[in-house]
Design a protein around this ligand. Structure first.
Ligand code: 6PG
Length: 518
């Protein structure tokens, strides 16, 4: 076999490898090749030996010298034997039990206390904390969450490492090398999309997040924001189709225009590309032949659950998870569509189209700001609870390139945290407050029109409801507290007394006396 430059296949080099790599699925294979591009010699293993063969073949095709960059291993023991000590092993295996299974196999194979295992999967952050404790003394369990899908993994993902600082010091050059890069002056992503392109030099999208679990927590919320971003784009698309009768290709053109401005993002770009694409079998727009039942792997759900537990109102993120759940009730929806009444959609007059498109643009923009504000607020509250000293500006920075939610917009979030490291909510930053002040009229119009027409826009609406609730000084929670006190003697605070005092009305007694509760 020859590589792309016609070099003959070499026998595998006998020098020791820098990194052991276990798990060669789509992500693992690409991360391994990315490491090899960056000069690391890899010992690779997967339970499925065909996957190892595929990777070796790919390396032969891609490498530009006759030196094998990736060495095949057929067991955990062989893998350890081929590595320089102390061993550095990267895992790309499914989250959950497989991570522990591989760790145990490596313990059995003789891994040492000073060796590092790095989990790159979408693991649940609490599992990560438990693992760091349970493997203490056996080896150093470190993690880096990875975002960017298969292309990101191959040419530069966004990385969210966390765990033992000593392990970070050892692995930092490796993770920085393989991560996406950003132009330090413009803040723009330096794209690499093929092996022919040189490795970009710039600010790495990899930064130490904090103690064990924090990196996976941040990645989990990244995915929650991703769910909201996607759902918001879908709602803008849906309203355009229903009220303007635009075709997918017309909407793709609008999305491409939007992608030139404040809504510039990877998700906007790929949505346009999807809407332009026709099904090769029917020649219909592909989107029209895709069943409208959304899947999910769990990270959005985890974000929503954590938001409820922490008490951080990430309503737009949770709504986006519910939107996926509701989409799966296809049979019920087909039945309900026939049984349940709603308004007739009033098609917009062609002369109003531009106005409606602008309203939707602004609704998407304002809702997106709110979704990110919710995500960052959630991370902040969780970090306070877990006592993680996180740097929010740095988190926004590593999401500027490589990851799925990458967007020009992230630079604005970094700027906001540069202005105020302690910022409690992005909405309170002067830039975002001014942006919403400018565009909220159209945001409200878009939601009002969709609602009058009976077109669901739960993520748009929940974002606006969050915004309006957040800026309301007195909420009806006073009545709610009274209700709780009435049926459950749950007590309440008074606005005119110290907050550490509690009061209760003896509702059942004549005269309903008010008492102070100790
Ligand atoms: C990323 C993605 C990645 C993956 C999610 C999608 O950041 O690279 O978020 O983690 O695509 O698993 O999750 P759902 O299947 O839940 O949409």
């Amino acid at each position: 076999m020859t590589n792309h430059q016609g070099v003959n296949r070499m026998t595998q080099s006998t020098s020791l490898c820098d990194i052991g790599f276990i798990g060669l699925g789509v992500m693992g294979k690409n991360i391994a090749l990315n490491l090899a591009d960056n000069g690391y010699k890899i010992a690779a293993f997967d339970l499925d030996h065909n996957k190892v063969d595929d990777l070796i073949a790919q390396d032969e095709l891609e490498r530009t010298t006759d030196q094998a960059r990736i060495i095949q291993c057929s067991s955990y023991t062989e893998l350890l034997g081929k590595l320089r000590a102390p061993h550095l092993i990267i895992l790309s295996v499914p989250a959950g039990a497989p991570v522990d299974d591989v760790c145990q196999k490596l313990i059995d194979a003789g891994i040492c206390a000073d060796d590092i295992i790095v989990d790159t999967g979408n693991s649940l952050w609490t599992d990560t904390i438990a693992r760091e404790k349970s493997y203490h003394g056996k080896f150093i369990f470190f993690t880096t969450a990875v975002s960017g899908g298969e292309v990101g993994a191959r040419f530069g993902p966004s990385l969210m490492p966390s765990g033992d600082p000593y392990a970070w010091a050892r692995i930092e050059p490796v993770l920085e090398a393989i991560s996406a890069k950003v132009d330090p002056v413009t803040g723009k992503a330096l794209e690499r999309t093929s092996i022919e392109q040189p490795l970009p030099k710039g600010e790495p999208c990899a930064t130490y997040i904090g103690p064990a679990g924090s990196g996976h927590y941040v990645k989990m919320v990244h995915n929650g924001i991703e769910y909201a971003d996607m759902q918001l784009i879908c709602e803008a698309y849906h309203i355009m189709r229903e009220t303007l009768d635009y075709t997918p290709k017309q909407i793709a053109t609008i999305f491409r225009q939007w992608n030139q401005g404040v809504l510039n993002s990877y998700l906007m770009e790929i949505s346009a590309e999807v809407l332009e694409h026709d099904d090769p079998e029917t020649n219909l727009p592909l989107v029209d032949i895709i069943l409208d039942k959304a899947g999910q792997k769990g990270t959005g759900l985890w974000t929503a659950v954590s938001a409820l537990q922490v008490g951080s109102p990430a309503a737009t993120i949770a709504q986006s998870v519910f939107a996926r759940s509701l989409s799966t009730l296809k049979h019920a929806r087909i039945r309900a569509a026939k049984l349940l009444s709603g308004p007739q959609v009033i098609k917009a007059a062609a002369t109003d189209n531009d106005v409606i498109v602008q309203e939707l643009h602004d609704a998407l923009y304002c809702s997106k700001i709110v979704a990110y504000a919710q995500g960052f607020q959630l991370i902040k509250l969780a970090a306070r609870e877990q006592q993680w000293p996180l740097n929010f500006g740095a988190i926004a920075k590593i999401w500027r390139a490589g990851c799925i939610i990458r967007a020009a917009f992230l630079q604005k979030i970094t700027d906001a945290y540069d202005r105020d490291q302690e910022l409690g909510n992005l909405l309170l930053d002067s830039y975002f407050a001014d942006e919403i002040a400018k565009y909220q009229g159209n945001w409200r119009q878009a939601i009002a029109k969709a609602t009058i027409n009976g077109i669901p826009c739960g993520a748009f609406s929940s974002a606006l409801a969050y915004y309006d609730s957040y800026r309301t000084e007195t909420l009806p929670a006073n009545l709610l507290q009274a209700q709780r006190d009435f049926f459950g003697a749950h007590t309440f605070k008074r606005v005119d007394r110290p907050q550490d005092e509690s009061y209760h009305v003896k509702w059942a007694e004549p005269g309903r006396p008010l008492i102070k509760v100790d």
